[in-house]
Design a binder for this molecule. Structure first.
Ligand code: NDP
Length: 294
C-alpha cells in the first residue's frame, strides 16, 4: 500500500515565518512600528523555560521586539496581575503570553482574563473564545490555527468533510472544533467518555488527535485516505535509556492507511510558534489600524 503524504510542519512554518518577517520589516520601515511580544514565565519548570526561550528567539529572528519576564515560582498572584496591567498599557507591547501551567497558588483563569483581549496572542481570553465561537474577528489559539493552516494547504476546501477532534481542552480541542465548523465540516468532538472511539474515528475524513496519550489512536482506526493532524507531544522511553517524542497517533500504523499525516516531531509543534508570531503581527496591525493582509 502507498504511504501517506507527510505534512511537513518545519517547512510550512519556515515559509510562514519568512512571510511574517517580510511584513514586520514593511511596517517597521513604513510606519516606524515594531511589533512587540511579551512572554511571562512564573517558576523554573525546565520545559517551560525552553518554550519561552524559543518563542523569544523566533520573535527576534522575525524582527520583533521580545520582552521576557521570568518570575520566581512563589510570585504572589497580585504581582503577576500588576505586571500584566503594565504590559496592557505598554505601547511597545502588542502581544502578551503567560506561559501555562502556572504554579498552583495562582488562578490561571484570573490571569488570562487580566490580559487585554486585543493583546491576548494565545487567544484564551473569554472575549476571544466568544469571538471564535460566534464567528467574529478575534485572536485564535495558536495550535488550532496552525493545524487549520496545514489542513487548508493540503486539502483546499474542507466543506462537507467529516472531522473528528479527539480531545476537548480549551487550548486545543474546543477551538479546533470551532475552526472546523467555520470551514463547514461536520464535526464530532470525542473525549474520555466517548463510546466506540475507534468507530467514531473510522468515519472521519479528517482526524485531529489532541489527547496527550502516546500512540493511542491506532492505524486501523483511520479511514483509508483520511488526513491526520497529530497534535500530541509525548515523551516516552526509548532504547539505551534515552527518550523520544511521539504523538497521540500510532504513526507507523497510520502512515500505511492515511492520505496525509503530520509527523511528531516536525508537524504541528513548529506551527504553534509560527502562529504565535502571526498573532503578534496581527495584534500590532489591528492596534495601529494598519491595513495589512492577515
Ligand atoms: P488535555 O489533557 O487538556 O486534554 C486532553 C483531552 O483528551 C481531554 O479532553 C480528555 O477528555 C481527552 N482524553 C483523555 N483520554 C482520552 C481517551 N482515552 N479517549 C478519548 N479522549 C481522551 O490536553 P491538551 O489539549 O492540552 O493537549 C493534548 C495533547 O496535545 C498533549 O499531548 C499536549 O502535549 C499536546 N499539545 C501540543 C501542542 C503543540 O504545539 N503541538 C500545544 C498544546 C498541546 P476529558 O475532557 O473527558 O478528560
Amino acid at each position: 500500500m502507498t504511504q501517506a503524504k507527510l505534512i511537513d510542519g518545519n517547512a510550512f512554518s519556515a515559509g510562514l515565518r519568512d512571510e511574517i518577517t517580510a511584513r514586520v520589516h514593511e511596517i517597521r520601515d513604513g510606519h516606524r512600528i515594531t511589533p512587540g511580544l511579551a512572554v511571562v514565565l512564573v517558576g523554573e519548570d525546565p520545559a517551560s523555560q525552553v518554550y519561552v526561550r524559543n518563542k523569544n528567539k523566533r520573535a527576534a529572528e522575525c524582527g520583533m521586539t521580545s520582552f521576557e519576564h521570568i518570575l520566581p515560582a512563589d510570585t504572589p498572584e497580585r504581582h503577576l496581575l500588576t505586571l500584566i496591567e503594565g504590559l496592557n498599557d505598554d505601547p511597545m507591547v502588542h502581544g502578551i503570553l503567560v506561559q501555562l501551567p502556572l504554579p498552583r497558588h495562582i488562578d490561571s483563569q484570573k490571569v488570562i482574563e487580566a490580559i487585554r483581549p486585543d493583546k491576548d496572542v494565545d487567544g484564551f481570553h473569554p472575549w476571544n473564545v466568544g469571538k471564535l465561537a460566534a464567528g467574529g474577528v478575534g485572536l485564535i489559539p495558536c495550535t488550532p490555527l496552525g493545524s487549520m493552516m496545514m489542513l487548508r494547504d493540503h486539502l483546499g476546501s474542507l466543506a462537507g468533510m467529516k472531522a473528528i477532534v479527539v480531545g476537548r481542552s480549551n487550548i486545543v480541542g474546543k477551538p479546533m472544533a470551532h475552526l472546523l465548523i467555520r470551514e463547514n465540516c461536520t464535526v464530532t468532538v470525542a473525549h474520555s467518555q466517548t463510546r466506540d472511539l475507534p468507530g467514531e474515528v473510522r468515519a472521519a475524513d479528517i482526524v485531529i488527535a489532541a489527547v496527550g496519550k502516546p500512540e493511542m489512536i491506532k492505524g486501523d482506526w483511520i479511514k483509508p485516505g483520511a488526513t491526520v493532524i497529530d497534535v500530541g507531544i509525548n515523551r516516552v522511553a526509548a532504547e539505551g535509556g534515552k527518550t523520544r517524542l511521539v504523538g497521540d497517533v500510532d504513526f507507523a500504523g497510520a502512515v500505511q492507511v492515511a492520505g496525509a499525516i503530520t509527523p511528531v516531531p516536525g508537524g504541528v509543534g513548529p506551527m504553534t510558534i509560527a502562529c504565535l508570531l502571526r498573532n503578534t503581527l496581527t495584534a500590532a496591525a489591528r492596534l495601529h489600524r494598519l491595513d495589512i493582509p492577515e
